[in-house]
Design a protein around this ligand. Structure first.
Ligand SMILES: Nc1ncnc2c1ncn2[C@@H]1O[C@H](COP(=O)(O)OP(=O)(O)O)[C@@H](O)[C@H]1O
Ligand SMILES: [Mg+2]
Length: 579
C-alpha cells in the first residue's frame, strides 16, 4: 500500500435527532417508562415512592422523598445529558442501585409532557409540543423549596384507558415485587415486604422462593424483575432476587448479559439442590429437558441420569437411556409425525428399533435424529455405559414391512368359548351405554354436560387380531377387541373384566378412528375420567360375569379351576369374612 497523503483520526458524532428517534421509536410501554421513574426514585435513596393516576386518567404523578437534584450543575449533568459515564468516582459515590446508562428517564418523555419538581427547581419538557430537532427543556429556580426529593408530573399525550390503569397496577406489582422500599400505586402498596416472605433458601447473594411448579425461574435484580427463564434452564421454578449485588443487564433491562455476569453464573450452584431434590412430584417434560441438556453439555454424566426415564417412545411411555439402548441394541428411529407413530410402534414392538415419539426431537431442540444420536454418543463417550454406540436408523426403511395386520374376525372364525365371551362383553357394553343414558335422565346435570361430549351412539362390539392394539374403533360403527387380549383378561376374573370395561369406555370415548393414529387429547382424558367416575363398575362387572356363566352353561362348558379361583376368590373371601 502506498503512503497516504494525509491521516486524520476522527470521532463519530451524535446528532440530537438520534435522541428524538431513540425516545419515540424505541419507547416501550408506559408501564416500563414508569418503572424507570420508580427505579430512579429508589436510586435517590428515598423512603417511599408514590405513583398516582388522575381521575380523568390523563396525568400521572411519580413522587419521592429522595435526594433530588441539588444544583443547576447537577441538573445539566444528570438531567440534561443522555448517556453519561456512571463509573467515575463522583458518580459511583451516588450509590445508584439500578441506573447504568443514563437513559431511563427518556422513556416517559415519549408519553407526555413533564414537569419535574425537585427541591427549589422545576424542569419542563414537552417533546411533542416542540418538534425542533434539538431537545429543549426549561429550568426554573424558585425562592423556596417546592418539593423535597423529586416529583414528576406527566401529562399524557393519549389518555389511559381503564384497562391500561389496571394493567399498570399489575405490571408494577410484578416488576417491583421484591423492591425493598415502599412503592405505592394509587394508594396500593405493590411490593412485598421481603422480610415476611418465606424464602426457600438464601445466601449472601440471593433470596430464592421455590414455586414447586413449571412456570419458570424469574430473576429479580435487587427486587426488580428482569426476565423469566423456562423451568428446564435451571430445573426449578420460582423467584430469585439478588440482595445487594447487581446482575449485568441489557439496556432494555429485560435480560441478563449472561457471559459477563458473574452473579448470574452463581445461580446454578445455589439452586441446584432444588433442581435435583428427590421429591414425590411428577417428573415432567421440563425436568427431562433439563437433565438431557445437562448431560449433553457435559454438566453431568450417565450415572447421574441412569435411573431417570428421559426418552419417550411413540406409545407415550418413558424409558431410561439404558432400557432405550437395550431395547434394540441401540438402534433408534423417530416417528416423523403423530400419524405414523403406530407404524413406528410396530417396529418398536418387534424390537427392530426403539421408536421415539414424534414430538421428542422437537421438544429437545434437535433438527434430526442424527443430531440427537451424535450428541447422545458424545455425551456417553467418556466411559461407555453401553457396549456399542446408539445408531440412527431410517424410519421408512425400518417400518417398510411393518404393516399393521389388524383385522376384525367374523363369526365363523371364532371358537365356541370366544363367542360366549364376546356375548358377555357385548352385554357389558349395552349396560355401559344404558348407564350413561340413565345417569343423564336421572338429572345429574354435571354428568349430562360431560356426556353430551361422549358419543353414546351404540357401536357393534366384535373381536379382532392385531399386533399393535388391544382394542380399536372407527369411531362410529364398531369397537374391536384383540381376541388374545380378551382371553387373557377373562382368565383374570373380576380384575380382567374391569379392565375390559375400561377398554370399552376408552374406545367409546374416541369419536374418530384409532387405527392409524392414536392420539389422546386433554378433552379425551376428561371424557374418559368422567364416565369412569360415574358408572357402577362393580355391578356391571358382576352382571357381565353372570352372563358369561349362564352362556357357558348353555354350551355345557365348565369353568376351569383357575378361572373359578380368579373369578370368585375375592368374592368368596368377602363372604367368608361376613359370616
Ligand atoms: N427521582 C430522582 N431523584 C434524584 N435524581 C434523579 C431522579 N431521577 C433521575 N435522577 C438523576 O438523573 C439521572 C439519569 O436518570 P436516568 O435517565 O434514569 O438514567 P440512569 O438511572 O441510568 O442513571 C440519574 O442517574 C439520577 O442521577
Ligand atoms: Mg434510571
Amino acid at each position: 500500500m502506498t503512503n497516504p497523503l494525509t491521516t486524520r483520526e476522527n470521532r463519530f458524532q451524535v446528532d440530537t435527532s438520534i435522541i428524538r428517534h431513540l425516545i419515540f421509536s424505541q419507547a416501550g410501554t408506559l408501564h416500563k417508562a414508569l418503572l424507570e421513574l420508580v427505579m430512579n426514585s429508589l436510586d435517590a435513596q428515598c423512603e417511599k415512592v408514590l405513583v398516582d393516576i388522575s381521575e380523568d386518567m390523563r396525568s400521572i404523578v411519580v413522587s419521592d422523598d429522595g435526594v433530588g437534584f441539588k444544583t443547576i450543575d447537577d441538573i445539566e449533568k444528570l438531567f440534561g445529558t443522555f448517556g453519561f459515564d456512571h463509573q467515575t468516582e463522583e458518580e459511583l459515590s451516588r450509590g445508584r442501585n439500578y441506573g447504568r446508562f443514563g437513559l431511563g428517564r427518556a422513556q416517559c418523555l415519549a408519553f407526555g409532557s413533564t414537569v419535574w419538581t425537585s427541591n427549589q427547581f422545576t424542569m419542563t419538557v414537552d417533546l411533542k409540543g416542540n418538534s425542533s430537532s434539538d431537545l429543549p427543556y426549561i429550568i426554573q429556580e424558585h425562592a423556596d423549596i417546592k418539593h423535597k426529593g423529586c416529583k414528576i408530573e406527566l401529562s399524557l399525550y393519549d389518555a389511559m384507558s381503564v384497562y391500561d390503569k389496571r394493567e399498570l397496577l399489575s405490571v408494577l406489582r410484578r416488576m417491583a415485587k421484591y423492591v425493598q422500599t415502599e412503592v405505592v400505586v394509587d394508594g396500593c402498596r405493590v411490593n412485598e415486604d421481603i422480610s415476611s416472605v418465606k424464602w426457600s433458601a438464601s445466601n449472601e447473594d440471593f433470596l430464592f422462593l421455590n414455586a414447586n411448579s413449571q412456570r419458570g425461574l424469574s430473576i429479580y435484580n435487587k427486587g426488580v424483575l428482569v426476565c423469566t427463564y423456562s423451568h428446564s434452564k435451571f430445573g426449578v421454578s420460582g423467584d430469585i432476587t439478588s440482595i445487594d449485588k447487581n446482575f449485568a443487564v441489557n439496556m432494555a433491562r429485560n435480560d441478563v448479559l449472561i457471559t459477563e455476569c458473574e452473579l448470574f453464573k452463581r445461580i446454578g450452584g445455589f439452586i441446584k439442590p432444588f433442581a435435583e431434590k428427590k421429591t414425590k412430584k411428577i417428573f415432567t417434560d421440563e425436568d427431562r429437558k433439563y437433565w438431557l441438556a445437562k448431560l449433553f453439555s457435559g454438566q453431568c454424566v450417565h450415572a447421574d441420569v441412569s435411573s431417570k426415564r428421559l426418552c419417550q417412545n411413540a406409545d407415550g411411555k418413558y424409558a431410561t437411556l439404558r432400557s432405550m439402548y437395550q431395547h434394540a441394541n441401540g438402534i433408534l428411529i423417530a416417528a416423523p409425525d403423530r400419524l405414523l407413530q403406530n407404524k413406528g410402534m410396530l417396529a418398536h414392538r418387534r424390537q427392530e428399533a426403539f421408536c421415539l415419539s414424534a414430538s421428542f426431537l422437537d421438544m429437545h431442540g434437535f433438527n434430526s435424529l442424527e443430531d440427537f444420536v451424535s450428541d447422545l454418543n458424545n455425551a456417553l463417550d467418556s466411559y461407555h455405559p453401553f457396549s456399542k454406540k446408539f445408531k440412527a436408523a431410517s424410519f421408512d426403511d425400518t417400518v417398510r414391512n411393518a404393516n399393521d395386520a389388524s383385522v376384525r374376525l367374523g363369526e365363523g372364525e371364532l371358537s365356541k368359548i370366544d363367542k360366549v365371551r364376546l356375548t358377555a362383553v357385548q352385554s357389558m357394553y349395552s349396560m355401559l351405554l344404558e348407564e350413561m343414558l340413565e345417569v343423564e335422565q336421572s338429572g345429574n346435570f354435571d354428568f349430562r354436560r360431560h356426556l353430551s361430549d361422549v358419543n353414546e351412539q351404540s357401536r357393534v362390539v366384535c373381536l379382532g387380531r392385531s399386533e399393535t392394539s388391544n382394542g380399536w374403533t372407527d369411531g362410529v360403527n364398531y369397537i374391536a377387541i384383540n381376541v388374545d387380549y380378551m382371553r387373557d383378561l377373562f382368565d383374570r376374573g373380576y380384575n380382567g373384566i374391569i379392565k375390559l370395561m375400561g377398554l370399552l369406555v376408552h374406545e367409546q370415548c374416541h369419536d374418530s378412528e384409532t387405527m392409524s393414529s392414536h392420539f389422546h387429547s386433554a378433552e379425551f382424558y376428561e371424557k374418559f375420567h368422567n364416565v369412569m367416575r360415574n358408572i357402577n363398575t362393580f355391578t356391571i362387572a358382576s352382571k357381565c360375569i353372570e352372563k358369561y356363566l349362564r352362556e357357558c352353561k348353555k354350551i355345557n362348558r365348565r369353568l376351569s379351576d383357575r378361572e373359578m379361583r380368579k373369578t370368585f376368590d375375592t368374592y368368596e373371601k368377602l363372604v367368608g369374612l361376613a359370616n
